[in-house]
Every structure is written in structure tokens, then in C-alpha cells.
Design a protein. Structure first.
Length: 66
């Protein structure tokens, strides 16, 4: 009986721990402005946008508070 209660307690703790971290397990979400900058940097690094477009969008993010 004690073993069954211990197993149930472990399962409950695991479920609570996983749901608090979110579905991806990534923890708290960063503010939108910083994630937009990260996405912009990644797109530039992959070559999806050229330097002029990168600079223009980075300046726009800076004006919008990011």
C-alpha cells in the first residue's frame, strides 16, 4: 500500500513539473521584442534576407521598443 502511494506521488510530481515548464520544456517565453530580434538575426544568418533588409528591419524593431 505504501509503495502504491509513493508511485502515485511521483507521477503527480512529474505531471506538475512538466506542465509548469510548458509543452516544449523551454521554460519561460522571452519578450516578443527580443524574440523578434533573434528571429531576424537567424534569418540574416541563413541568408533569407540581405544586409539592407536586415538593417532596415533591425532599425524598425529598435523604434518599436525592441
Amino acid at each position: 500500500m505504501l509503495l502504491l502511494l509513493l508511485v502515485i506521488a511521483i507521477v503527480v510530481l512529474l505531471v506538475v513539473g512538466l506542465t509548469r515548464r510548458g509543452p516544449s520544456g523551454a521554460g519561460p517565453v522571452s519578450p516578443p521584442s527580443s524574440s523578434a530580434r533573434v528571429i531576424l538575426d537567424e534569418r540574416y544568418a541563413r541568408g533569407e534576407i540581405d544586409h539592407e533588409e536586415y538593417v532596415r528591419r533591425r532599425e524598425e524593431l529598435g523604434r518599436s521598443g525592441g
